[in-house]
Each structure stands twice: as structure tokens, then as C-alpha cells.
Write a protein that binds this ligand. Structure first.
Ligand code: GLV
Ligand code: GLV
Length: 320
């Protein structure tokens, strides 16, 4: 009987599917990552694992788990996987693309609009009883319609974001490792160099995957090139941003504001300086967090695992 480790508590209807013909171990917590030691201990003799972004799956894990055939990551991003080690140990990695694309674009849109129209500040203002009368520039923000929006990373999520911007009559620029003709045709987005993107955009949106080429891309030099009125939105990974440089750019008003769903350290410390800034909107990495989409992501992980254990091809492999 094959053995499967699931590194986070999941609804029974999904675990039950894995239990048919397999032994399944489930880490009991919903809100806390499996400790590294426990992961190493419990993965020792498993054939398959379903993992979270918070689990580092590296050569130590793969060497230790001798029977391992497949690791299904509960995310589209897989920067927590050491792909060289996967190759060396002949283990298949899978992710959850496509099912979360529209949902993640919508979260990006939500925090962009919240920042532009100061929705979070306005809500605090109301709840603090500060509304004493109408005034012409009370909580006045910035428009999105007709603006130039630059998308860094034109994969499926970037494309879904650009499609939404069409409804706002925006001029959409993008930068990507390679040109994306399909996205250009679908959304009217125009390819440009990274420097031009950050220099000419009113809103810069990062939807890129994290890798050696994209890490730390948003640093002092980048923020210095942006307009003083620029808004920065990040739904990629915290690793794309040098956080001290972003904080400095906001505090010195070299850019206007930021909306961030992802951070270098997650969860961040409660005294993180971003949490004190009105001009930074934060959400706790909930890009794909709708009930429907999370269900689809779990089902895709389950199907990937069951396929591989049945000797079939995985549905969404990262590596071949
Ligand atoms: C979330 O960030 C994901 O990669 O799915
Ligand atoms: C990245 O943007 C993706 O959708 O894979």
C-alpha cells in the first residue's frame, strides 16, 4: 500500500479520495505549517506528498524520502521546490496553474483599487468615528481609468489582470522574459523593456514567478525610476521586492503607495514597518483564497498524486 503525507489539514472529502487504497498521514493543523523535523520524520517512507508554499522541499527532504515519486504543491508558484534536487532524485513536482488564475487576478485588482481609492483608510476613518462633515478633498485618491498600467510577468495571471484593465480603458504595458503574442492579441497590452515599464506606468503590477532572474527586481534603483505618483501592486512573491527600499520609497514619497499580498517573511512580524503605513495596503497572501478556487486547487493536487501512484501522467507537472 502506498503512503501519502499531506502537510496541512484539509477537508475530509479530499482526504477520503486519497485514502482509497492508500495510507494517508495528515498534519493536523489548519493554520500552522508542519515543523521541519516532523516533515523529515513523516516523509521518510512516503510515496507521495501534498505540500504547502511554506514547506521547503529540497535535497535534504528528497534524499530522506527514498520512496518518493511525486510532490503536489498547493500553489501555482513553486519557489519552495529545489528543482535540481527533484531532477537528481527523479521525483515529479506538480503545481496548481489555471484553476486560480482569475481568482488571483481579482485579488490583485481588489488591492489595487483599495489603494487607489483609499478604501482601507476610509473604512478605518468611519469606524473610528472621524467623519465630522463633508470636505472637498476628504480621502481623495487617484483614478485608474485611462491610466497607464505596467504588468511585470505576463503569464496567465498577468493576462487575466490585463483583460480586466481593458474595461477601465487603460493603456497596458508589460514586460516578460519573452513576448506573449497571445496576451497582446487578447488584451492589447504592449511589450516594453523593464526600465520603460517602471518609468512610464502610473501603476506597476508584479505578477511574475520568483526565480533568480526576478528576485529583488523591485529595489531602490527601480523605485527611483518610478513616477512620484506611482502605485505599486505585488501579487507575485515577497522575494521580488527589497522591502527596506520600498519602505524608503514610500516614506520619502518617491512613489505614492503600495498594495501587497506577499512578503519576504510570511507570516511577517507584527511590528513590521509596512503595517504602520497608511499608504501601504496589506493582505496575508490570499491571492487564490476563494472557497471555490481552493477546492479546485486541492482537487488538482489529489488528482496529480493519484495519477502518478496509478502509473499515469501527472496533470500539471512542473518538471518532466
Ligand atoms: C500563491 O501564491 C500561489 O503560488 O499559488
Ligand atoms: C503566472 O503568472 C502564472 O499564471 O503561471
Amino acid at each position: 500500500m502506498s503512503k501519502i503525507l499531506v502537510t496541512r489539514n484539509m477537508p475530509e472529502k479530499f482526504i477520503d479520495q486519497l485514502r482509497e487504497g492508500h495510507e494517508v498521514i495528515v498534519w493536523e493543523e489548519f493554520d500552522k505549517a508542519i515543523p521541519r523535523e516532523t516533515l523529515l520524520e513523516q516523509s521518510k517512507d512516503v510515496d507521495a506528498m501534498m505540500t504547502m508554499m511554506s514547506d521547503q522541499i529540497d535535497s535534504e527532504v528528497l534524499e530522506n524520502a527514498e520512496n518518493l515519486k511525486v510532490v503536489a504543491n498547493f500553489a501555482v508558484g513553486y519557489d519552495n521546490f529545489d528543482l535540481d534536487a527533484f531532477k537528481q532524485h527523479d521525483v515529479i513536482g506538480t503545481n496548481t496553474p489555471d484553476v486560480l488564475t482569475e481568482t488571483t487576478a481579482e485579488l490583485g485588482f481588489s488591492i489595487m483599487m483599495s489603494l487607489a481609492r483609499r478604501i482601507v483608510e476610509a473604512d478605518h476613518f468611519m469606524k473610528n468615528g472621524e467623519w465630522t462633515g463633508w470636505s472637498p478633498f476628504l480621502l481623495s485618491g487617484t483614478d485608474i481609468f485611462n491610466k497607464t498600467v505596467g504588468i511585470y510577468g505576463m503569464g496567465s495571471i498577468g493576462t487575466a489582470f490585463a483583460r480586466r484593465l481593458q474595461g477601465f480603458n487603460c493603456n497596458v504595458l508589460y514586460h516578460n522574459r519573452s513576448r506573449n503574442d497571445e496576451a497582446e492579441q487578447l488584451t492589447g497590452a504592449k511589450y516594453c523593456e523593464f526600465d520603460e515599464l517602471v518609468q512610464s506606468s502610473d501603476i506597476v503590477v508584479c505578477t511574475a514567478p520568483l526565480n533568480d532572474g526576478t528576485k529583488d527586481k523591485f529595489n531602490k534603483e527601480t523605485f527611483d525610476k518610478m513616477k512620484e505618483s506611482a502605485l505599486f501592486v505585488n501579487i507575485g512573491r515577497g522575494g521580488h521586492v527589497v522591502e527596506e527600499d520600498l519602505l524608503e520609497a514610500i516614506q520619502s514619497e518617491s512613489i505614492k503607495g503600495a498594495a501587497l499580498d506577499v512578503f519576504r517573511e510570511e507570516p511577517m512580524k507584527t511590528d513590521h514597518p509596512f503595517l504602520k503605513e497608511d499608504r501601504i495596503v496589506t493582505t496575508p497572501h490570499i491571492g487564490s483564497a476563494t472557497v471555490d478556487t481552493r477546492d479546485k486547487m486541492i482537487q488538482l493536487c489529489v488528482d496529480n498524486i493519484l495519477n502518478v501512484l496509478d502509473g499515469k501522467d501527472p496533470i500539471t507537472p512542473i518538471n518532466k
